[in-house]
Design a protein. Structure first.
Length: 515
RNA sequence: GGGCCGCUAGCUCAUCUGGCUAGAGCAGGGGACUUUUAAUCCCAAGGUGCCGGGUUCGAGCCCCGGGCGGCCUACCA
């Protein structure tokens, strides 16, 4: 309501004497000298690690400074108990009137305020590790009412839109998001230990290629040209292998203009790596070793519980070809050499919506996805995809019509996609042409032709194994999250509708006015 | 994109088939309390029931339209 909030007088609420305007959840500005820095000498986690074994009532004589957000306050009259939360945990502040500077001020702090506390580490008579302040300072005075201190925020919409609240009010959200960061870090370290180097390739692509998906389109004004946000970094990374970078990886934010669901965010993080002189069996070993390593680091073991079901991620993982798996689950003995129309009839029987331009390879993939994929819990490497649906994969060394490609199915969903890379420029050109034909037949997700990539291949790509892992899904798996939104810091949502209540915030809600 | 469901105080939730002035807890305000653990106790305050129409003597509840979200489904990872 008021635009002039920075002026000191809190006149509007003076009459009632209340600091929190009850209708908006806003708290009137309070007057504190906020320091420019604060010397933190201990984290709550470190203090618990060092002093949890103290006897009840013990005093250590050690003075420390902690900082964090006031999460609980129990005003006992002549003693105030506060609970401060920092990045790694919580600790109690034991503040008796007798020894606490500006005791009245301390007692009137609000939940949600950031404070810095300096004092002796003690254990209360009741056995709670605490700091008894000899000095304290406000580091940020909250202007917004604290959420329910027991339930936090349960409304999913608010949790995702106001992640900056969710992540300190919900221990579970906090842990999941920190685990994501650890997983990314551990992955990088693991790959670097194996001589992979991290690279960054363009996000703007003039050709949408490297995967089958619809791109987002944008426009560059100075060049007056349309550009696509990348759907995969694949073709750039393989150019690097042509250039002599033998082991590269990229943690690539990619963008796909498709639906949003519990497993799909329009922008997501794909780890891609390329390994010269390796084939897809090497990549399988890499994947099972990396994932089981991460499982141990994050969950403490390779057997995890996901969505109420057990999953054993210990290497090695089962390997089976797509055609074998279809036979196992349906009894159907299929082959890419079958008569196309006969196969189309079988596919239709299985409920596949058959389109005219589907060849036998595409039909087999459709049958697999319809009948078999969802029945697999995994982990299992599904190998040897049809050539028709794998335009960047090298043909199988002993199974014509198939490729040396696999996907790992874990917890019933696709975790990664990998293959022995197609290295022959003539063959690659022919595959691209096949994609062009699909596009003309109406397949909006067909891969774009990239002649510069063909030129790169003409300079020579050695045998190379390549991999793409959906890191968001890997994080979901390892943190037990059943929706991708819980592992993305700020998931894609529709713009928030600005309501009357939100206007009370005054602070420049200028996101409105877009229809 | 399709189907089903939801939206009540700053937060977490009630309000039974349409019917008195829409209730609690927490947070916030006032007061009590020298070892609390979601502290407790007393007092007062807090509502455009998502928005807009309609039906009705009467709508938080029924109907229509819109907004946002959740789940399922489709495409994808």
């Amino acid at each position: 309501m008021t635009e002039t909030s920075s002026n000191e007088s809190a006149a509007p609420d003076e009459a009632s004497g209340s600091e929190q305007s009850s209708s908006s959840g806003m708290i009137a500005p309070r007057d504190f000298d906020i320091p420019y820095r604060f010397d933190v000498t201990a984290t709550t986690a470190a203090l618990h690690a060092e002093y949890d074994e103290l006897e009840d009532g013990a005093e250590t004589g050690k003075t420390v400074s902690v900082a964090g957000r006031l999460m609980l306050k129990r005003d006992q009259g002549k003693i105030v108990f506060g609970v401060v939360q920092d990045g790694g945990g919580r600790i109690q502040i034991f503040a008796p009137a007798k020894t606490t500077p500006d005791f009245e001020g301390f007692a009137s702090l609000m939940l949600g305020d950031w404070i810095g506390v300096t004092g002796e580490v003690i254990k209360t008579r009741r056995g709670e590790l605490s700091i008894r302040p000899s000095a304290w300072t406000v580091l940020a005075a909250t202007r917004r009412a604290f959420p329910d201190k027991w339930h936090g925020i349960s409304d999913p919409d608010t949790r995702y839109r106001q992640r900056y609240v969710d992540m300190w009010v919900s221990e579970e959200s906090n842990k999941t998001l920190r685990d994501r960061s650890r997983i990314m870090s551990l992955t990088r370290r693991w790959l670097e230990d194996r001589d992979f180097m991290e690279v960054e390739t363009p996000t703007f692509h003039s050709i949408a290629s490297g995967a089958m998906a619809r791109p987002f389109t944008t426009h560059h004004n100075a060049l007056d040209m349309d550009l696509f946000l990348r759907i995969a970094p694949e073709l750039y990374l393989k150019r690097l292998t042509v250039g002599g970078f033998e082991r590269v990886f990229e943690v690539a934010r990619v963008f796909r203009n498709e639906g949003i669901s519990t497993r799909h965010n329009p922008e997501f993080t794909m780890l891609e790596l390329y390994w010269a002189y390796a084939d897809y069996t090497d990549i399988m070993e890499l994947v099972e070793n990396l994932v089981s390593h991460l499982a141990v680091e994050i969950t403490g073991g390779t057997t995890i519980d996901y969505d109420g079901r057990e999953l054993d991620l210990a290497a090695p993982w089962k390997r089976a070809s797509m055609i074998e798996l279809i036979a196992e689950h349906t009894g159907l003995e299929l082959s890419v050499d079958m008569d196309r129309d006969a196969l189309a009839a079988i596919a239709a029987e299985q409920g596949v919506e058959v389109k005219d331009h589907y060849g036998t390879g595409k039909l087999i993939l459709e049958i697999y996805e319809k009948t078999t994929e969802s029945a697999i819990w995994g982990p299992v490497f599904v190998t040897d995809y049809p050539k028709e649906v794998s335009p960047l994969s090298r043909e199988h060394r002993s199974e014509p019509g198939l490729t040396e490609r696999f996907e790992a199915i874990v917890a019933g969903r696709e975790l990664c996609n990998a293959f022995s890379e197609l290295t022959d420029p003539d063959e690659q050109l022919a595959r691209f042409e096949g994609q062009e034909a699909d596009r003309e037949a109406g397949d909006a997700e067909a891969m774009g032709m990239d002649m510069d990539y063909i030129r790169a291949l003409e300079y020579g790509l050695p045998p190379t194994g390549g991999l793409g892992i959906g890191m968001d899904r890997l994080v979901m798996l390892l943190t037990g999250s059943t929706t991708i939104r819980d592992v993305v810091l700020f998931p894609t949502l529709r713009p928030e509708q600005v309501t009357g209540a939100d206007h009370a915030s005054d602070a420049g809600d200028d996101t409105s006015g877009d229809d």
